[in-house]
Ligand binder design. Sequence first.
Ligand code: ADP
Length: 293
Amino acid sequence: MRWQTISKKIEVATGQSFNIVSTHLLSGGDINSAFLLRGDNKSYFIKLNNADLITMFEAEFVGLQELAKTQTIRVPKPVVCGQIPEHAYLVLEHIDFGSKNKTSERLLGEQLALMHSQQQPYFGWHRPNTIGSTLQSNIQTTDWLTFWCEQRLAFQLQLLAKKGYTGKLQFDGERLCSDMPALFTHYQPQSSLLHGDLWGGNVAVDQQGRPVIFDPACYYGDRETDLAMTELFGGFSQDFYDAYQTAWPLDSGYGTRKTLYNLYHILNHLNLFGNGYLRQAESMMALILSEIH
Ligand code: ADP
């Protein structure tokens, strides 16, 4: 591994000298290999992947910058990303994690509501990014329903069709897209800065008890999508939800829309990890359709 090349890039980006003391392979990443690069006075968290995936790291880099600008939830500071022969790399500030507690969960709820108060007059973002390793389109539009249908559900369904998932899944998907407006008759989503991939594995707490989020798939959209994802795989406490609701209450129809929003992630899991997610995708579609009709 060309750690010396990466350490030179770190020196250029930070303007400070950096001497490698040790490198450690870390476990835990779904998509990339991760390393801890310890220096004499600072440590960095490095992600590596194939060189052709550099745009994925560029999008993560600017996503972290966009979240950091809000000065709400702590994110690892992005340092530099680029290519070295055979690899794309992303260097982030390394954060030593601590343990969650009631206070950190409450803080996460309050700070997430504040982050969501960062808004734009459009849905989307200035560039595509990835969700897992799947391309995520973020073409800006002022119509949320068109955005959610075309760039989220239909996009995943088209990928699935290419993998042979035709028939009922596609048929129900089309019905969902055309009938979806029924879930929005009394609700007009605002366009909030989203983490975009807010499952428990992308949230931690630093040594001072401050919440940290990382690995974002940022765009501007309905804040209910972030909340829905926290519920999809669990790991968030009632203190978190209570604090969020106190800071910025959710609309009473959130419960009927959250399956529609989580369907996107389950379709993506079906695309990435295969058949094990088919039944869940089908039953989510059936549930949404039954709530509409
Ligand atoms: P991937 O993109 O491969 O899914 P993640 O960004 O989710 O990788 O990181 C994998 C794991 O590494 C996380 O679950 C977390 O425990 C740890 N991690 C991520 N970012 C940092 C960081 N900046 N400092 C320390 N540990 C981190």
